[in-house]
Design a protein around this ligand. Structure first.
Ligand code: NAP
Length: 328
């Protein structure tokens, strides 16, 4: 049966065609203050919703009485409250796996860029300051052989650990709520408390999802436990780190640097003190942003939605309890 889908992100023509072949699609390239009211109005009779990077909470869902499925073009589900969706009988689907390796590449790019001061040194050349053979003031620090601490050893954390362990000979420590014997076997990773990880690692990489439990997980106290001269990398979500505390830890020289793909507020304010520090490499949330991966994510999300609307959702379901019929 043809139903109505609201799409709230620009996708490639072939992905749009996938959806249009089966259903009627109302498309928004993104949601902003100008079109938000129109977006909400379109939800009145929509059965499916697909997009990314927009908070979908009660203020939206209360206008969507017929909604049965939401497909997010992301693995992160922090824009949703899965328990509330389950209460409303709405299934939520996401796009794990397809973006894992690309996001891990971004993490490793930040590890190398911060340690070897790649952006700062490229600017040095561009500004015409390379007038003689460089001295110690331009030296970075080694990556190979240093200890990497992964906070959140899941799909992406594991892919970063693989690069570190097999490619750079780095001992890997990790913290999860539960140990992961597969990662221990594959990368020789060692499970430890967050405190031990922070006190022992030369590089700390955040790959834990943003949840009420992980919000502000790395604050002043945690930063103070990091080794002097350690480097912090965040490729998950900005709000996992207390940004004000991070700025202090960088300004007082406790940390050598930070590689940040994500921020508490995005886009980050152009006058943020983080952007004034040469030892901070800041990226505009490009974790999964390659043509191939973003296309793969959109195809995955479109298929997820088609499956859900036809009652065939078997993979990538965040709240499977919705699919279990209630006892009669
Ligand atoms: P995942 O496979 O679910 O891995 C997350 C890991 O975090 C799990 O191993 C989990 O292990 C651990 N974890 C969860 N809560 C924890 C807690 N309170 N304390 C310690 N560990 C905890 O997810 P993924 O696919 O790797 O994705 C991770 C996150 O990366 C996403 O949620 C998303 O926010 C972010 N991401 C960002 C970008 C970007 O563009 N920068 C791109 C893709 C993804 P336990 O369950 O054992 O605790």
């Amino acid at each position: 049966m043809q139903e109505k889908i609201v799409l709230y992100k620009k996708v490639a023509d072939d992905v749009l065609a996938m959806l249009q072949q089966a259903h009627r699609v109302v498309q928004f390239d993104d949601i902003n203050a100008d079109n938000r009211a129109a977006f909400v109005t379109e939800l009145q009779d929509a059965a499916g919703l697909i997009g990314a990077s927009v908070k979908i909470d009660a203020s939206v869902l209360d206008h969507a009485p017929r909604l049965r499925a939401i497909s997010t073009i992301s693995v992160g589900i922090d824009q949703f409250d899965p328990a509330d969706l389950s209460k409303r009988g709405i299934v939520l689907l996401n796009t794990p796996d397809v973006l894992t390796e690309t996001t891990a590449d971004t993490g490793f790019a930040l590890i190398l860029a911060t340690a070897r001061r790649v952006v700062e040194m490229a600017d040095y050349v561009r500004q015409g300051r390379w007038t003689h053979s460089i001295g110690e003031d331009c030296f970075g620090t080694d990556v190979q052989g240093k200890t990497l601490g992964i906070v959140g050893m899941g799909r992406i954390g594991g892919a970063v650990a693989r690069r570190a362990s097999l490619g750079f000979g780095m001992p890997v420590l990790y913290n999860n709520r539960r140990p992961d014997p597969t990662a221990e076997k594959a990368y020789g990773a060692r499970f430890c408390s967050l405190d031990t990880l922070l006190q022992s690692a030369d590089f700390v990489c955040i790959t834990v999802p943003l949840t009420p439990e992980t919000h502000g997980m790395i604050g002043a106290q945690e930063l103070a436990q990091m080794r002097p001269g350690a480097i912090l990398i965040n490729i998950s979500r900005g709000s996992i780190i207390d940004e004000t505390a991070l700025i202090s830890a960088l300004e007082n020289g406790r940390l050598r640097g930070a590689g940040l793909d994500v921020f508490e507020r995005e886009p980050v304010a152009p006058d943020s003190r983080l952007l004034k520090m040469p030892n901070v490499v800041a990226l505009p949330h490009i974790g999964s942003a390659t043509r191939e991966t973003r296309h793969g994510m959109a195809v995955c999300a479109a298929q997820n939605l088609l499956d859900a609307l036809s009652g065939n959702a078997t993979r990538n379901v965040v709240n499977p309890e919705v699919l279990t019929p209630l006892p009669t």
